[in-house]
Write a protein that binds this ligand. Structure first.
Ligand SMILES: Cc1cc2nc3c(=O)[nH]c(=O)nc-3n(C[C@H](O)[C@H](O)[C@H](O)COP(=O)(O)O)c2cc1C
Length: 110
């Protein structure tokens, strides 16, 4: 499973940037995708769970495309409310239809 929260604050412009503790959500997005791509290169046959900053159907698309077997949402769920997973999945379905991708298997194919 990759990734957990981060102690990094680079590029963060917020009066709360100095707060102690792990940061979750959007600031993690780029790094989480980068780590997933790195792991996927050497993880043939392993189940990869990607988490960190997933908030849109496109994020879901990118994680699956990069080799995630499962995608976890935490902060996005807190802010998006109980229908958040449904919106994500319906959005992913729309993206797949628009791009002519018939299945998740096809989406994940290298
Ligand atoms: C309030 C809170 C509690 C968390 N508790 C745990 C935990 O107990 N164990 C763990 O491995 N990760 C924990 N995490 C990290 C999340 O599982 C996840 O890796 C991280 O928040 C990044 O995903 P997100 O950007 O979707 O929130 C916690 C995150 C938050 C915000």
């Amino acid at each position: 499973m990759a990734v957990n929260t981060t102690l990094a604050r680079e590029g963060l412009r917020s009066p709360l940037a100095g707060e102690a503790g792990g940061l979750s959500g959007r600031p993690l997005k780029g790094r989480a995708l980068e780590v997933l791509r790195h792991l996927a290169e050497g993880a043939e046959g392993l189940a990869l769970v990607s988490v960190g900053g997933v908030e849109t159907p496109w994020d879901l698309w990118e994680r699956l495309k990069a080799g995630a077997s499962l995608v976890q949402v935490y902060t996005g769920f807190v802010y998006g409310g109980p229908l958040f997973p449904r919106r994500l999945l319906l959005g992913l379905l729309r993206l797949m239809e628009a791009e002519g991708v018939p299945s998740l298997r096809e989406l994940r194919r290298p």
